[in-house]
Design a protein around this ligand. Structure first.
Ligand SMILES: CC(C)(COP(=O)(O)OP(=O)(O)OC[C@H]1O[C@@H](n2cnc3c(N)ncnc32)[C@H](O)[C@@H]1OP(=O)(O)O)[C@@H](O)C(=O)NCCC(=O)NCCS
Length: 205
């Protein structure tokens, strides 16, 4: 059975170093702290936040999505610092075809520590086990090498190039389309969660 009101009641996900949870207005300063860096949004549709007002608008946008039970991200909270250092989540969820697309962003001070690998594995796990997805997609511009490394590390397959797919910083940009399928994710037959194929990827963080 599909989860009732998933985004309205976004569940917490606990990993070794992270808590994935609903974004709160009290996270404002943390959001501004990562979103103000142009390096963070360089390959993304949005511009670096100039003031906390931009971050409030983002929180308003996300909150509206939660309230309408529409796809909305998890905050990525670093347990050790009790600080939100990014977000990850489904940008859309096509229930008829059991597929969803992921997006993610992390504070640049915390890059290359395996943190997004940890968050992404947990969210893929959630998508296949709890949302009963058959296919999870992600798109990234060819210049975004970290994002491609990340996706390939956790088992996504590059399917091809989408030409001039989206307008980023006033330029029509090509995007690689990646996906991972449920049948690739399960190691063996059946639905035994202990046979989760992600356990075999990447050597952790
Ligand atoms: C993409 C992003 C989420 C990666 O997060 P991260 O926590 O640094 O990634 P990880 O540390 O888990 O690393 C995953 C893999 O990518 C590699 N990688 C990360 N940053 C890299 C870089 N700058 N150059 C080369 N490889 C890199 C890591 O080495 C690792 O592979 P390995 O274990 O085989 O060495 C982060 O760079 C980011 O937030 N970028 C800005 C937002 C963005 O571009 N989002 C994606 C939109 S499609």
């Amino acid at each position: 059975m599909l989860p009732e009101k998933l985004f309205l009641n976004l569940p917490k996900i606990d990993t070794d170093r992270l808590i994935l949870r609903r974004l709160e207005y009290s996270d404002l300063k943390d959001i501004f702290d990562y979103a103000k860096h142009s390096a963070v949004s360089e390959h993304l549709i949005w511009d670096a936040h100039e003031t906390e007002h931009d971050s409030i608008e983002f929180l308003n946008f996300v909150n509206e999505k939660y309230n309408k039970n529409q796809p909305a991200p998890w905050a990525i909270e670093l347990k050790k610092e009790q600080k939100v250092i990014g977000t990850i989540g489904f940008l859309n969820w096509d229930k008829i075809n059991s597929k969803g697309e992921l997006g993610y962003v992390l504070h640049c001070y915390y890059w290359k520590k395996g943190l997004m690998t940890e968050a992404l594995k947990a969210v893929i796990d959630f998508g296949f086990n709890n949302m009963y997805l058959n296919r999870i997609e992600a798109r990234t511009v060819p210049e975004n090498i970290p994002s491609q490394r990340l996706l390939e590390k956790v088992g996504f397959i590059k399917e091809g190039l989408l030409r001039e797919q989206m307008l980023i910083k006033n330029k029509f940009k090509n995007f690689f389309i990646y996906s991972i399928l449920k049948k690739e994710y399960w190691k063996g037959e059946g639905n035994d969660k202990s046979k989760n194929m992600l356990h075999k990827f990447g050597g952790g963080s």
